[in-house]
Design a binder for this molecule. Sequence first.
Ligand code: SME
Length: 162
Amino acid sequence: MREIPDDSGDLLALTDGVLAGERDPWANAANAAALVYERMPDLNWAGFYFLRGGGLVVGPFQGRVACVRIPLGQGVCGTAAERRATLIVPDVHRFPGHIACDAASNSEVVVPLVEGGRLIGVLDLDSPRFDRFTAADARLLESLVEKVVAACDWRLAGIDGY
Ligand code: SME
């Protein structure tokens, strides 16, 4: 089995392309969400939640209308954020406290955005396929998130702690 998906170089190179020369968090998050949604097969939602006002608030995304606020420690997003750790959920229906935004979602991966130990938010991907996300996908998304974190001036975004 391949460790890295075929198009991973592509996705990271394209990420560099969309982030180049821009420090605005909303602009970069919007384009990063669009890029992931376009390039990764079998997604029904891809986007960001950001830490604002003590909890996660939905940011730029592609997909159906989503839950606006998720408290830290709740759902897949809030759990990954609180742990500051990537979470792969092969079957969301078996995840205690999963927050169902789109009934079509069956699996999910959430990657936290952290800068110098400070939580910024999370990147959340949903799929209608069970067990859609591999460990290699998670590593790829972590690399992509690292690029987004480094590319933005987070003081412009109203993120808690900035
Ligand atoms: N399912 C997520 C909520 C966000 S939506 O999937 C877009 C969760 O349990 O945190």
